[in-house]
Design a protein around this ligand. Sequence first.
Ligand code: NAD
Length: 248
Amino acid sequence: MDELIKQAARDLSEAKMVTALTGAGISVESGIPPFRGKGGLWEKYDPMEVAHIDAFLQDPTKVWNLLFKDMKEVLDKAEPNDSHKGLAKLEELGILKTIITQNVDGLHQMAGNTDVIEFHGNMAWQKCMDCHKRYETHDIDINRIPPRCSCDGILRPEAVLFGEMIPQAALWRSRQVAQDCDVMLVIGTSAIVQPAALMPIVAKDTGAKVIEINPERTLLTDDISDYLISGTAGDVMNRIIADLEKLL
Ligand code: NAD
């Protein structure tokens, strides 16, 4: 592992443009459970029962009770961890330009990154299903489920549910930064959810090095990644930054 950390520091220091793709795993150390893998929400629930647009439209109370309510409570308290801070440091050093995140937790922005593409929207805002009025999630009252707008319409998060389209601007820009980078850091994603998982393939096809950070192997590990640094995101990122600072 030490050799791979040194290699990653070298690759980052030599790169002209670095993009990161992050998934739920990067926020595990901030206390937010992932969907898949150990401790993932899917050990408890069927994704199609709780995170599909059809399930929400059929029974919003159930989806609010099983998923959104817990997510709001966890996100209200969550803080960036060392890995989010490490990516912010990489931006500050002029190395990392853009983060494509599948996460809806807003922790990259909170850590200080300024160019974050939210591939699956975010949980920071809710909108009324009837009149489209927006509310900050932090401020909504969840004593009444589902929470409602002043017009009595049901609120839903501005996150993309299974069965919904990815916002076109996010998709378009993600492809662009994946094509333009010469190193892509892929952190804490199982690379199962499409089309986000295509971005490392796009990067690889246009000649970029793909570096994965994940305690487990993924669908990218054998064919797409140049190497996998097997470990938790915070620890690995701290060690990469420490080595990188010696090279600068
Ligand atoms: P996923 O749940 O499918 O996979 C999580 C990945 O993270 C796994 O590969 C796991 O091995 C890895 N992991 C676990 N702990 C880690 C750690 N400490 N450091 C590094 N990696 C770690 O996640 P996904 O690929 O992002 O896809 C799930 C979808 O769920 C995404 O679309 C996202 O929108 C949504 N989601 C978001 C959040 C969030 O915003 N924090 C949380 C749960 C799910």
